[in-house]
Design a binder for this molecule. Sequence first.
Ligand code: FES
Length: 139
Amino acid sequence: MNYFIKILCFLSILIVGCGNDYNFPNVNVNESVPITMPQYNNVYGNLWGYEFINGGLGGIIIVQGLDNEFFAYDRACTYEANENCILQSESTNNPILICSECCESKFLITDGSVSQGPANQPLKKYNTYFDGEILYITN
Ligand code: FES
């Protein structure tokens, strides 16, 4: 009976441990971006347009979504999750970003999901708030 309880405990730790293994470093993010300014024309008002800015672990990707909603993701690949493996775009406004400096994982900018491994976790997402002029990005 004691042996059975030990096995049961071990299995439950294993299941709980595997459930929430999004292990991306938690770095402080608090950026305010004048997104309506001309230098952000590639993003503002351009559905699924995106731009890279400083901040986060490996930089931040700002994406224009539907209905003036903006998304912000960390540019660091989630596979190795360090500042040396950051995503690049193969061409302007290509919706797929690639971890070309490390092991070639690909991610979709529309929702940060993995489109090609070895990465198996979506891009780290940050909170955004747009007040009509400034885009605030926090975590
Ligand atoms: S670190 Fe990005 S795929 Fe290896």
